[in-house]
Design a protein around this ligand. Sequence first.
Ligand SMILES: NC(=O)c1ccc[n+]([C@@H]2O[C@H](COP(=O)([O-])OP(=O)(O)OC[C@H]3O[C@@H](n4cnc5c(N)ncnc54)[C@H](O)[C@@H]3O)[C@@H](O)[C@H]2O)c1
Length: 391
Amino acid sequence: MESKSKNIKSVSVVGGAGHIGLPLSCYLQNCGYEVLIIDNNKKAITSLKKGITTFHEEGLNKNLNSALKKGMKTSDNLEKIKNSNYVFVTIGTSSKKESILFFESLMDDILEKISEESFLILRSTVTIEDIEKITKNELFKNKKIKLAYCPERIAEGEAFKELVILPQIVGVEDPEIFNEISDFFKQLKIESIPTSIKNAVFIKLFSNAYRHANFSLANEFYNIANKNNIEYSEVVEIAKKDYPRLKNLPLTGYVGGPCLPKDLETFIKTFGVENSLLNRLEEVNDGYLDSIVKNCNNIFKSKKIIQLGLSFKNNSDDIRGSGSIVLYTKLIESGFEVYAVDPCVNADNLPFEIYDYENIQNETNNILIAVSHDIFKEYKMDNKSVLYAEI
Ligand SMILES: NC(=O)c1ccc[n+]([C@@H]2O[C@H](COP(=O)([O-])OP(=O)(O)OC[C@H]3O[C@@H](n4cnc5c(N)ncnc54)[C@H](O)[C@@H]3O)[C@@H](O)[C@H]2O)c1
């Protein structure tokens, strides 16, 4: 039987060149597993083979080079999963129709190619429907595939810290499978928490929907203060002084990135959320960006601005779901001439020009710090009028 010839230490990571798959792959290889990254992004695969990373993640270069030295392999050929005992799936997912269909068709391919009695570990964010489609596939039953949903909960940029310290939620329908998966994670010094697949889906999506709501609520208070000509940062400082019950009030800012808006949308669709506060959160955040544009109009003496920062959060190169890019567009639409500056992001990924601060710093005194990258602290801004988009 195929399963007998498999190497029990062998792990395939489908989508392994991505933000979630690559740190996981390196970590597994460096902990003694034999990892094969499978990814259809040929450019990324070529680059990884040379030890060159394609996005920023703290410690990734070092971990990639160590994993390659220890024998981590890469391929764009899905067939090769047949040699692995564990198949992780870390491809990008969302609740958009094309993304759902894409995921379904990939899972059909995986079930065709995976060998009998392998573990299929879903790490991409999925829904209950996605999982039902897998378990209803004849091949799933015939091949006795051992399925687990092990959602990824790390914060981008913190992968190598959080992979070790966050407990792993393991959604399974069979306690035997939990025991085996929990042994797998034990080798990595990761604690496992058992639950049902349905609970695991709820936990992953609800956690991000909750975080979204938490940040959005702060933005809503900002919007209300702004509408009433009250300086929000001032009232918050006074309100929080020696007042422990407000210590968890989040900063205001964008609620963007590759996860929060997408997971909120998936949560709403998956659990039939209607007429709830959750349905209004995107509107609140859009209003927050409008408040920033209004402040630019009030504070700056001309319609020329230097916008510092375009990524979805500070010190990141990731522009997926970036609120600061939406802000840039809103500023242009309201008649501003915007010089965007962001040395962290790749200019090739943007549909508009970005500038070096040195070259355009004398164009205007109006500076909008849209994202607080550490590097901006080195910029000369004496005598400039500076507005922070996140407070
Ligand atoms: N980025 C985060 O901070 C984060 C956090 C938690 C969970 N997640 C979830 O993890 C999943 C992956 O997110 P990501 O940010 O790593 O996405 P990503 O786009 O960075 O990575 C996905 C990878 O999958 C590859 N891929 C796509 N189709 C493929 C196919 N048919 N065969 C092989 N490879 C394929 C892509 O080339 C890419 O390298 C998503 O479900 C996301 O919601 C992401």
